[in-house]
Design a protein. Structure first.
Ligand code: HEC
Length: 113
């Protein structure tokens, strides 16, 4: 048995499984936010957007570092090296301010074993 699928149908399933997590991320982000002012506070924005990278090791840890809120909002609006920029149509100014305040004051997460 080869570890990779070899029938065309299995290959399609394999490709769909790879694409699905990305699609789900885009869908949940769009459904819960998308600049309609429907974010439920800074923690909600962090969990729905930032945590996908910043709690998974894709991006650096940002909680518990007393990063200034104006620095955080600037990085999110304009991007910073590998960090993508998020326009106001995606995270409105209010929600951005809330997530920046949330991160600026959040304690460092407990280190995973
Ligand atoms: C697609 C992944 C991704 C998402 C989503 C993401 N970030 Fe980032 N972020 C990164 C990466 C990668 C870096 C490191 C950039 C570099 O140094 O090249 C970064 C860097 C940062 C920095 C600078 C950290 C430092 O050490 O100075 C801040 C602040 C930040 N992100 C805040 C946020 C906030 C707030 C959100 C949610 C609105 C967010 N990020 C969403 C990937 C992401």
């Amino acid at each position: 048995m080869s570890p990779l699928p070899d029938s065309p149908a299995a290959k399609r399933t394999f490709a769909a499984c790879l694409a699905l997590p990305l699609a789900l991320f885009a869908c949940t982000a769009a459904a819960d936010g998308d600049g309609d002012g429907v974010w439920k506070g800074g923690e909600n924005v962090y969990a729905k957007v930032c945590g996908h990278c910043h709690d998974t090791g894709i991006g650096p840890q940002v909680k518990g570092r007393q990063l200034p809120a104006p620095y955080i909002t600037a990085v999110v609006r304009h991007g910073f090296r590998a960090m993508p920029a998020f326009p106001a149509s995606f995270i409105d100014d209010d929600a951005l301010q809330q997530v920046a305040d949330y991160i600026a004051n959040a304690p460092a997460p407990v280190a995973k074993p």
